[in-house]
Write a protein that binds this ligand. Structure first.
Ligand code: NOJ
Length: 765
């Protein structure tokens, strides 16, 4: 098989494409000038010279604050030392300290009471907003709107920065194909191409073009690496994946964050192929830092150094600290082991002091870049905090993002949009009036009951007769840490009232799904239906009124076979944040024409999971060549998902024609298609381009997304959409980790989802 990998290497050198062995310069990212980089390095060097071993190790130590907890509570013994360590300069960072007053308090200790006055870097999980909450990241990803996603991160950064925070533990760029895993809500879904574009946009949004501004904060690419591939989707579970999947599916979004200039990484809880990520020298030192050229710092995940004992990789805490430091974990989040063990390990000759110097250098570098040495209180302005947090412009951005995140899954007989006048509408479901659940998981700084509910959103349309009935609760859980969240209510006492309301309605809008905390960290599920008695409620209502619009609130793909078969209209509305109800109402009433597309496949059955569009063909693909049973399939369910990756409808329709592909050279394929809005209203479409590399030395998926464009068209308007494919899109990583392009046949598909039918073929000779 003829390869053109040499050419690709040349391109890498020129910085034209993202390659595993190079850190590309992206023109969109404004990198600091050479002189300012040198200046920072000189300052760091001068500071390091003054520091004792313990002070350098102190920079590598991160403590949780005294308020929120986002992991298991530490033992009181260790926790009691926090203040003492802060005063000695043995703490480099704190997480979960928020609000100007609190941040100022801890910063003051670091700056005014320690020997060298080195400021703290203050970390917080600003995942989809700070106090003004945007849609959960999976929902935002359904917009495929990179500008809006970047803007959402920008707003989150500005609001969090006003509250004293200068570092977010986001974006989570873990690819996942497993809806059982609760953390899919926090990522961009199943696809490395879309995931990379979104990862890039989010880092740019958080960090802006100048990290030293008081409106921007350092981003953190997490979790390095493989966390989204936990066996059976069970949280924190073992990960075992091969080289090809690592190189081609899992790594690319992380590489994209480096291209965007991300300043920090977080490693992951899981072991990868037998070695916990936190103790993995190859991943952290050799690959990330040396090969990819990442010069920021790596923080561990919460307590993950100590967890290497439970993994069966370290003998005790001291051994765990040694392994982590050698592996290149720069900062210890909440294991308390660097601060207690590292100095002795260095003195005994088990850990090189050069490793400590390098880690401290990386951390100090980011602090200088943030401008914390110039003004440690630059994020601590009480006046700004009051003025900035919750400002109208943030709510406007959250509403815009929320509308763009909604995916229309079904709309028979144009039941939607609803008429604005003269309709009797029954609104049913506990989630319809819920003002907290739409905030989703990871909204630590947002106050409960601050989201606009669907009920409130729909009440704004006054010329219809709207009647609300709860019907049934979802879960018994009240607080975010209770296991009760997964115990769903069995109370059916309010069914009759909901049935009565539905009976006389023209249309029934049912808002069903998961409570915000039923997805997210530590929220894995084995069933993917509607929790509790909601399905029963839905079927009871269906018996008296079939004109149902199902509005889903959920943090992961669900199994919706019954719904697809019986219901005329289904709207995927995820958990959309503070402006949730307004966004949903505007879509239901047609004031916003939905254009979202699924970033994850929706299975027909849990048994199909992991399910994803870019699967491999197998030797016996899912087309029965004969009547035998000997082909790759299930006996009881089709192989395909219910809703494929990239799927989503609009209130208008689009037609694709005239697909053309021209091989300009082996490095450049020009592709074009004509898109027409064939419906009656203005609408947006995500034009998606997929390729299939027919045969290769390492087998390629049946389809791979390699381009997309968001296009708005008026009725009857047509537009030519053009794409250029280069080595970057046509190549792949082989099992040695080299990026190569192999000549041969490629199919190109263009359409409105990953099942796009329109296709053409090209050959690279
Ligand atoms: C554990 C989570 O895995 C990680 O994503 C988060 O940033 C930390 N806790 C801090 O809250």
């Amino acid at each position: 098989m003829k390869k053109i990998n040499l050419i690709v290497v040349a391109f890498c050198v020129l910085g034209f494409i993202s390659c595993q062995n190079s850190n590309t310069n992206n023109p969109e990212t404004s990198s600091p000038s050479v002189s300012s980089v040198l200046e920072v390095e000189q300052k760091v060097t001068a500071l390091l010279k003054q520091m004792t071993l313990e002070e350098k190790i102190g920079q590598m130590n991160q403590y949780n604050g005294f308020w929120d907890l986002t992991g298991p509570a530490p033992s009181t013994g260790a926790a009691a030392k926090k203040h003492e360590h802060l005063r000695k300069g043995y703490v480099g960072s704190m997480l979960n300290v928020r609000g100007v007053e609190n941040v100022r308090k801890v910063q003051k200790i670091a700056v005014e009471e320690t020997r060298l006055g080195i400021p703290l870097i203050i970390g917080f999980d600003v995942i989809h907003g700070y106090e003004t909450i945007s849609p959960i990241p999976l929902a935002e990803s359904a917009s495929w709107d990179l500008k809006a996603i970047k803007k959402s991160a920008q707003v989150a950064a500005e609001e969090a920065a006003a509250a004293g925070i200068n570092w977010t533990f986001a974006p989570m760029v873990d690819i996942s194909r497993d809806a059982r895993w609760g953390r899919v809500m926090e990522g961009a879904g199943e696809d490395p191409y879309l995931g990379s574009k979104i990862a890039f946009a989010r880092v740019q949004g958080f960090q802006g073009s100048d990290l030293s501004q008081h409106t921007t904060i350092a981003a953190c690419a997490k979790h390095f690496v493989g966390y989204g591939f936990a066996e059976s989707g069970r949280e924190y579970n073992t990960v075992d994946v091969g080289t090809s999947t690592l190189n081609n599916i899992i790594f690319p979004p992380f590489q994209a964050t480096i291209d965007a200039g991300v300043r920090t990484f977080m490693n992951s809880f899981n072991e990868l192929n037998g070695i916990p990520a936190t103790g993995n020298e190859y991943l952290q030192r050799d690959l990330l830092k040396d090969q990819w050229g990442f010069d920021g710092f790596i923080v561990t995940d919460w307590g993950s150094i100590e967890e290497m004992i439970s993994h069966g990789h370290a003998k005790d805490g001291k051994h765990a600290a040694e392994i982590a430091a050698k592996a290149g974990s720069d900062m210890d989040m909440e294991s308390y082991l660097y601060v207690t063990e590292l100095a002795n390990l260095v003195r005994e000759g088990n850990v090189k002091e050069a490793y400590i110097d390098a880690a401290a250098r990386r951390i100090l570098r980011v602090k200088f870049e943030l401008g914390l040495f110039e003004d440690p209180y630059k994020y601590c302005n009480l006046q700004r905090e009051k003025e900035v947090i919750g400002q109208q412009a943030f709510h406007d951005a959250a509403l815009d993002m929320a509308k763009k995140s909604i995916v229309l899954l079904k709309n028979d007989n144009q039941l939607l949009p609803l008429k604005k006048q003269g309709q009797k509408i029954a609104l049913i479901g506990a989630l319809a009036s819920d003002k907290t659940s739409p905030l989703g998981n990871w909204r630590i700084a947002a106050k409960d009951s601050t989201a606009v509910s669907v009920l409130e959103g729909m009440q704004a349309y006054k010329d219809n007769q709207l009647t609300y009935a709860k019907g049934a609760d979802v879960s018994l859980g009240k607080t975010k840490f209770t296991a009760e969240l997964n115990i769903n209510t069995t109370n059916r006492s309010e069914f009759p009232q909901a049935i009565a309301v539905a009976k006389t309605a023209d249309v029934v809008v049912m808002v069903l799904g998961e409570v915000g905390y039923q997805s997210g960290e530590a929220r894995s599920r084995t069933e993917l239906g509607l929790p509790g008695v909601q399905q029963e409620l839905l079927e009871a209502i269906y018996k008296v009124n079939k004109n149902i619009v199902l509005v889903l609130n959920n943090g992961r793909p669900l199994v919706l076979n019954w719904h697809q078969e019986h219901l005329p209209a289904i709207v995927e509305a995820w958990q959309l944040g503070t402006q949730s109800g307004n966004a949903i109402a505007q879509v239901l009433y047609g004031d916003y024409n939905p254009s979202g597309k699924l970033p994850m496949s929706f299975p027909r059955a849990v048994g199909q999971v992991p399910i994803y569009y870019n699967y491999k063909n197998t030797g016996r693909p899912s087309i029965p060549a004969s009547n035998t049973v000997f082909w790759s399939h299930f006996q009881d369910v089709q192989n395909t998902p219910l809703y494929p990756f990239g799927y989503g409808l609009s209130y208008t329709t689009f037609e694709y024609t005239a697909l053309k592909a021209k091989v300009v050279s082996n490095h450049e394929i020009k592709v074009s298609v004509i898109l027409k809005n064939s419906g009656k209203i203005s609408g947006k479409e995500v034009v998606q381009l997929y390729i299939k590399d027919h045969y290769a030395s390492v087998t390629r998926p049946v389809r791979e997304l390699k381009g997309f464009e968001l296009v708005r068209l008026e009725p009857n308007q047509s537009q030519k959409i053009a794409f250029t494919l280069t080595e970057k899109e046509l190549g792949f990583y082989d099992n040695e980790g080299d990026f190569i392009v192999e000549l041969g046949d490629f199919s190109i598909f263009i359409g409105s989802d990953s099942n796009a039918k329109l296709h053409t073929k090209i050959t690279l000779k």
